[in-house]
Structures are given as structure tokens and as C-alpha cells.
Design a protein around this ligand. Sequence first.
Ligand code: NAP
Length: 291
Amino acid sequence: MVPTASARLMDGASLANRTLEATAGRAAAVLHAAGRRPCLAAVLVGDDPSSVTYVRLKRRRAEQVGMDSRLVELPAGTSTEVMVSTVRTLSDDPTVDGILVQHPVPRQVDERAVFEAIAPAKDVDGVTMHSFAAMAMGVPGPASCTPEGIMRLLDEYRVELAGARAVVIGRSPILGKPMGMLLLRRDATVTYCHSLTRDLPSIVATGDVVVAAVGRPELVRGEWIKPGAIVVDAGYNPGNVGDVAFGEAAARARLITPVPGGVGPMTIAVLLDQTAEAAARAAGLAAGLAT
Ligand code: NAP
């Protein structure tokens, strides 16, 4: 049973639905202007059950908002060279607007080499070095989807970031690292924590905003949270469990994301929004992507 929470929930599912409605409108505008629907191509290697589920969900949502979705399935033993060449082919295909390489990829594949084969204009998942650098510099373009989704959620709940102390737990290239960059761009004072960080609880306790992006069930305890802090749980562990001990943290935080229904739906909504934006640019429509 979840103890009584004092924090207000940040409802990612609701904001994601509104984002998807706007994305559907943009997809319809692309169809009108270009005579074809925006197209998201997903590359799936192997049959990891979580990856299969994520790709299925992303494709279903794409179709629901009026996009085409293409799936390229490759066997688990696929080499880096074959994956790179597959992604290059999609990069060169004018009927493809966005490319999603579902990760993690199998051990033998050089994930970075595969990501870098994505044409920058089609990097709707925000995984290339080009996208990372552009995002860090504040140049408009696709951002890494989960951190961008978190920023939109923080904005929806009017969280004041300028001058706030933000603690990001995790430094992966697709989540923790870009998260910190986006918070820094909005003038937060950012501290990154990782597996070698000493005395994590006392660092988390300094956070006005805490983002947990670790992949360890309920690692972040309620007693670590500064009373009145904003807590964002990007973790998604088996059994629908986040990286934050929700009940304990909700008793101290001012705002908190639930798991599920917080960060997860925003990730998909941003992916599709960025795909519609890429298609709109390709069709010569005015760009309107919030970055
Ligand atoms: P990842 O690549 O495994 O990175 C995990 C990070 O956590 C690493 O930087 C690691 O530090 C750090 N870490 C591990 N143990 C730690 C500890 N005890 N104390 C402090 N830091 C620790 O994972 P990821 O891809 O970033 O994903 C993180 C979580 O977010 C997972 O639960 C994943 O399922 C979830 N996720 C959710 C979405 C969504 O849409 N909601 C999207 C992507 C990921 P080192 O760098 O030192 O190893």
C-alpha cells in the first residue's frame, strides 16, 4: 500500500495525450502539404522482450496520430556493419522522416557507430553526437526524448529552474547526461551523480529538483529528499517500480512523477512530436519545435 502522499503528482500521461493531439494535427498538415504521412522507421535487433514491447507501443502510437511506421527487424547476431548499412539506407530514403534504433543493442554491436549513421535531420530520438552538441549549445533540433519530456513536464508544472539546485542521478548518454545539459541551459545549478559518487544521500538532499535515472528499484529514499523538492523518477524497473521509493518521497516532495504514468508516456510523445517536426521541415513547412 502506498502511504498518504502530500506531493502533487506530475501527470505525464495527461500531458503526453495533449502533446499527441497536437502531433496528430501536425501530421495532418504534413499529409496536406506533402501528400504523404510522416514516417517513423524503427530498427529492432534481436527479440529482447522489453525492446519488442517498446517498439510495438511506439509504432502503435505513431499510427494513432496519423503517421506511417516502418519496422526493420534484424536477428540478434547482426554485426555492426550490417546495422550501420541498414541505418544509412534509411537515412538516404526520402520517404523516411525519423529513425529510431531501439536500444540497448546486442553486445557485439558498436552502438555509437550505429547511432552516428542516423542522418542528423532524422535523429528524432536525439541520440547522435550532433544532436547532443546542438542541444547543449541551445541550437534548435531534436533533443534526447526522455530528458526533453522531463523538461516539458517541469514546464507544465511551472517549476522554477533558474538558480535551482538540480541533482541528476545517472550519466548515461541518452538520459542522465543530456538531462543535466538541459537543466543547465535553463540556469539550474546541476550536480551529476553516478555509481562512484560518494555519499549520494547527502548530495540528493541538496536538490531543489532531483531526477533519478539509474535503473535501481527504489534506490532513492524518502529521507534523502529535501522537504518541498521536485522529484522526477525516470527509472523503469520490472514490476512498474521506479528508482525512487515513491510513498516515502511523496511524503516530503512538493511535486513528484508517478511510475508508471509520469516520465514514460512523455518519452513516446516527444519522439513522435520530433518525428512530425522532422517531416514538417522536410515538407518545407515552418518549423515550430520547442527545444
Ligand atoms: P544506464 O545506461 O544503465 O545508466 C545508469 C546510470 O546510473 C549510470 O550513469 C550509472 O553510473 C548510474 N548508477 C548505477 N548505479 C548507481 C548507484 N548505486 N548510485 C548512483 N548512480 C548509479 O541506464 P539508462 O539507460 O540511463 O536508464 C536509467 C533508468 O531509466 C532505467 O530504469 C531505464 O529503464 C529508465 N529509462 C526510462 C525511460 C522512459 O521513457 N521512462 C527511457 C530510458 C530509460 P555509471 O555511469 O558510473 O555506471
